[in-house]
Design a protein around this ligand. Structure first.
Ligand code: ATP
Ligand code: MG
Length: 557
């Protein structure tokens, strides 16, 4: 048995929703650890993972929603659950009610007198500097130092109207303004020395490259849409931990490359907001699910690589969604991607077509071990041929000629039937034996080869993939049907196959006749004082009726 019985994991409130079992019952996994989805383009990541989960998930959520479909389909439902819904959509590409539209200025949450001001500013700067190549970390560190210093400088000016990232960008975009600011920052102690460090970085030998890298990483802030979305705040990301909030980040796919830093900034600040202790000094606040579609566009996030295991303690569950395994390896390396798998309780795969991912799924599903191979079939026992010939012999001794003839015919026919049954048993045994040998040959080989995985999870008959393979920590793999949100209501289980009615009638008559003949033989062999042929015939008839009503047909097995 490759797949475990998914009906053992019924969906309950607060579980991560996966899909439907073979009887169309909802399947879910209750866990506080992370999840990971790797699914091909157009396979149903939005319609069958993100949206159904948002419609059910009772706790807080931060969602990367590139096309805005999740916000459109779930914002009102989540608001009805009592959640404060904030849709940050810089380019207005989602069709949501204006009451849900929101803006967020990460600098609003900064307190210059806080003991953690340095860390808080560095988090924002880390959210802005897109890290891809580990080789370039020196240049990225330099750019981050410059941006951190400028944020600290803008905060220290104490003018709420200009205390935002757009002002930081304005300094970077204008050489004269930057020189003036740096001149002041040289002697500024504000924000735990970040201003002075930025000055030092800019004046170092590679300073020009650091500044140029900082300019490159902040160019996206020139966008009017971004400026509007980030200039002021209509909510605080701290609500993800201390309140009841759902935050949607909408950014169309064609802007992902250019404006991926916008998503990175929010995710980075969101993680920080969850990691911070609440005002009552509690490490754990509200449970929050980060549904991170287009995870690749966030670039490498150190915090996720190193502290993913700790996040559970803050009530933070990450659910990164990627198109293929190669994306994860490109960002986090082979070892790093293993850590991702290790930290996630649920690994979900569907619509995969690339060889690397298919091989990975096949490996993770494992190899066939001996316990999965059924025992060999038992050989059929040889028929005891004498009984029916005996009937013929008993009948032949009768004085009644018709009894003699009928007895001989019945005895011969039954003996022939028995021989046919014996041949069929032998044939069945041979087939079972062949199957057993095929099963034995599977021992030690992958339970599902990569090309078989591709067939199972492909998008074939439907608009979404047919099945998903889910690997749940410590359990056997699950094969689950996708449940896209637009297909509401439970689908009815398919009707069991019914026998054609004509065949049913033939079998029914046959069973009745056979029972009647058996009754007649019994009457011949034993003295009974009732008409056994009619009584047995009636039993056969009733069995046929019961069989037809309960199983939709009459089988002779
Ligand atoms: N409301 C709907 N009604 C019918 N079909 C839909 C609906 N929404 C999406 N679909 C179809 O469902 C399929 C999966 O869509 P979905 O957006 O979930 O895919 P995805 O995996 O997120 O794709 P992408 O890689 O483009 O983000 C697509 O074929 C899409 O056309
Ligand atoms: Mg999608």
């Amino acid at each position: 048995m490759i797949w475990s019985d998914s009906s053992q994991y019924p969906y309950e409130e607060g579980s991560l929703f996966l899909g439907l079992d073979e009887n169309n019952n909802e399947v879910g996994i209750k866990t506080e650890r992370h999840a990971l989805t790797i699914a091909g383009a157009g396979a149903g990541k939005g319609a069958a993972v993100i949206i159904p989960n948002l419609l059910k998930w009772p706790h807080n959520a931060l969602v990367i929603d590139p096309k805005g479909e999740a916000a459109e389909a779930t914002a009102q439902t989540r608001a009805d659950m009592g959640q404060a819904v904030h849709v940050v959509d810089p380019f207005g590409s989602s069709r949501v009610d204006d009451k849900f539209r929101a803006s967020y200025n990460p600098l609003d949450d900064l307190d210059p007198d806080s003991l953690t001001i340095r860390e808080d500013i560095e988090t924002i700067a880390d959210g802005i500097v897109m890290r891809g190549d580990a080789q370039a970390s020196h240049w990225d560190d330099g750019a981050q130092a410059i941006i951190s210093g400028l944020i600290a400088y803008v905060v220290s000016l104490g003018v709420p109207e200009i205390c935002n990232l757009i002002t930081v960008r304005q300094f970077l975009a204008d050489e004269d303004k930057l020189a003036e600011a740096m001149h002041e920052m040289k002697n500024l102690d504000a924000c735990a020395g970040l201003c002075r460090e930025a000055f030092n970085a800019a004046s170092a030998q590679e300073g020009r490259y650091f500044v140029s890298n900082a300019q490159k990483n902040t160019r996206w802030l020139d966008s009017r849409g971004m400026a509007k979305a980030l200039a002021s705040s209509s909510f605080s990301l701290a609500d993800l931990k201390t309140g009841r909030a759902s935050v949607y980040l909408v950014l169309p796919a064609n802007y992902l490359g250019q404006h991926g830093r916008f998503l990175r900034l929010f995710v980075r600040c969101g993680i920080e907001a969850m990691a911070r202790k609440s005002p009552a000094h509690d490490l754990r606040g509200q449970q929050c699910l980060f549904l991170l579609d287009e995870f690749f566009s966030l670039g490498y996030i150190d915090e996720i690589a190193k502290a993913a295991g700790l996040m559970r303690g803050y009530g933070l569950q990450l659910w990164p969604i990627l198109q293929d395994l190669g994306q994860l390896i490109t960002l986090y390396g082979r070892e790093g991607s293993e850590t991702f798998f290790a930290n996630a309780d649920v690994h979900q795969f569907f619509g995969n077509t690339d060889q690397l991912t298919l091989e990975q799924i096949s490996t993770r599903v494992g190899v066939t071990d001996l316990s999965e191979i059924p025992l060999p079939p038992t050989p059929p026992t040889a028929p005891t041929s004498g009984f029916y010939q005996g009937i013929g012999a008993v009948a032949s001794k009768s004085k009644n000629t018709s009894t003699k003839v009928l007895g001989a015919a019945v005895g011969g026919a039954m003996s022939m039937t028995q021989q046919i049954a014996a041949n069929r048993a032998q044939q069945r045994y041979q087939e079972e034996m062949n199957e057993y040998q095929r099963d034995m040959a599977r021992h030690g080989r992958p339970r599902v080869a990569p090309d078989e995985v591709a067939l199972l999870v492909q998008k074939k008959k439907d608009v979404v993939a047919d099945n998903m393979i889910c690997l749940v920590y410590g359990r056997e793999p699950l094969l689950i049907k996708l449940a896209p949100y637009f297909r509401t209501g439970k689908t009815v289980s398919p009707e069991p196959p019914r026998q054609p009615f004509a065949l049913t009638v033939i079998m029914w008559v046959f069973i009745t006749l056979l029972s009647s003949i058996a009754g007649w033989i019994a009457q011949m062999v034993m003295p009974v004082n009732f008409n056994a042929a009619i009584a047995f015939g009636a039993i056969g008839f009733l069995y046929g009726l019961w069989s037809y009503l309960t199983r939709g047909g009459v089988w002779l097995e």
